[in-house]
Design a protein around this ligand. Structure first.
Ligand code: SAM
Ligand code: SF4
Length: 368
């Protein structure tokens, strides 16, 4: 049993040979529980407007330097048709928390996607009120992604301020989504300034407790137009992305600070796979941003079974800048599609066919 103390030991493990045993265990658990297929989910970033002021994200409301956009229904349906052409089984409709996205308008688009295609629809639109979540589920939305970002409540409150008069409780929303019949997905960032190894072990335990269908973990990547960047020591802000976003040992809280590295992200992916064997786990764009050459492949070899090729029209991609130097920003959807196919086949894995529904749900249904 991978209990909390073992999780903590693995998170602190640095010996490459011992870590090989962790990668291998995660890959075996992945193969036995979700098979060789890698499911492709076409990502459509429909709006970069956001009312929130998350201290880590470039889309935050007070970033005045960002040109804002919201896609039209025609543009969204164009991306949906591309998803079909490319053989994807799911579209992921993502945005900032944008109340310019009206409940009925989006419900109409979801109904059209469900009527005109066999695609599964995943939403990732932030902390919308119950009425919206209910309306979109009734319109046919299948899944909802909402990362809880960190299970440390004090850290969460610091980096994710609430809207006036309303406490932010993403765990409660996730439970509601499950009750409404959505497949629920969540996740965390790895290496948030102030995040400790203990916090990360708690995050993985929280994945286990929440019984999630999808779990996305990616490295925190500093964005210059955010408070978290501004808190970093001035010495490291020169020359684009800092080599060490935590500014050396003094900022590392006596060895407690989790680094926002590729290696640490692989550990979290691998441990998540072992703890939640049937979850769908993506190898994220943030990971590919840290290692363009083969970050995605390494994530897929260490527990992940999903990738999210970007369908957002090139004119909007660069504007969906949650962090700088995001991978694949200058590619078009056809390039992304071809590149990911090639990468998957070169690993000896298969491209998933169909919607790629949660294997956790399928096995629960079979037991009924
Ligand atoms: N607005 C919705 C929300 O917050 O759930 C969906 C879009 S938001 C951009 C999706 C995810 O991006 C967040 O849950 C967060 O984990 C991730 N993200 C934001 N800023 C990031 C950063 N600087 N580095 C890495 N991931 C980041
Ligand atoms: Fe908005 Fe989501 Fe970015 Fe927070 S993480 S500022 S809610 S887009």
């Amino acid at each position: 049993m991978m209990d909390r103390s073992k999780i903590l030991n693995w998170l602190r493990e640095e010996d490459p040979q011992r870590l090989d045993a962790l990668w291998s265990q995660a890959d075996t658990v992945r193969r036995e529980n979700v098979g060789e297929e890698i499911h492709l989910r076409g990502l459509i970033e429909i709006s970069n407007f956001c009312v929130r002021r998350c201290a880590y994200c470039g889309l935050r409301a007070d970033n005045q330097d960002l040109k804002r956009y919201r896609m039209s229904e025609t543009e969204i349906m164009g991306c949906v048709r591309q998803a079909l052409d490319f053989g994807y089984g799911t579209v992921v409709v993502q945005s900032g928390e944008d109340y310019g996205i009206k409940t009925d308008w989006l419900a109409g688009i979801i109904r059209r996607i469900k009527a005109e295609t066999p695609l599964a629809v995943t939403l990732s639109l932030g902390e919308r009120p119950d009425e919206d979540l209910i309306a979109w589920r009734e319109a046919g939305a299948d899944r909802y992604l909402l990362r809880f970002e960190t299970s440390n409540r004090t850290l969460y409150d610091r980096i994710h301020p609430p809207l006036p008069g309303k406490r932010s409780d993403r765990i409660a929303i996730l439970r509601k989504l499950q009750l409404l019949g959505y497949e629920a997905g969540s996740g965390v960032m790895v290496g948030i300034p102030g995040q400790t190894y203990e916090d990360l072990a708690d995050d993985i335990e929280t994945f286990r407790c929440l019984d999630l269908d999808m779990i996305g973990v990616g490295p925190y990547i500093p964005h210059p137009q955010t408070p978290l960047w501004r808190e970093m020591p001035p010495s490291i802000k020169t020359g684009g992305r800092p080599a060490d976003p935590f500014g050396g040992p003094q900022f590392r809280q006596n060895g407690q600070q989790v680094p926002n590295t590729e290696g640490m992200t692989y550990k979290v992916i691998a441990l998540t796979r072992i703890v939640c064997p049937k979850a769908n786990i993506p190898s994220t764009t943030a990971l590919a941003t840290l290692n363009l050459a083969n970050g995605r492949e390494q994530g897929l070899a260490r527990g992940a079974n999903v990738v999210m090729p970007n369908l957002t029209p090139p004119a909007y991609r660069a504007l969906y800048e949650i962090y700088p130097a995001k991978a694949c920003v200058f590619e078009n959807p056809r390039d992304c599609h071809a590149c990911l196919h090639r990468r998957i086949l070169s690993m000896g894995r298969k491209v998933g066919i169909g919607r790629g529904d949660s294997p956790r749900r399928t096995s629960l249904d079979a037991r009924k």
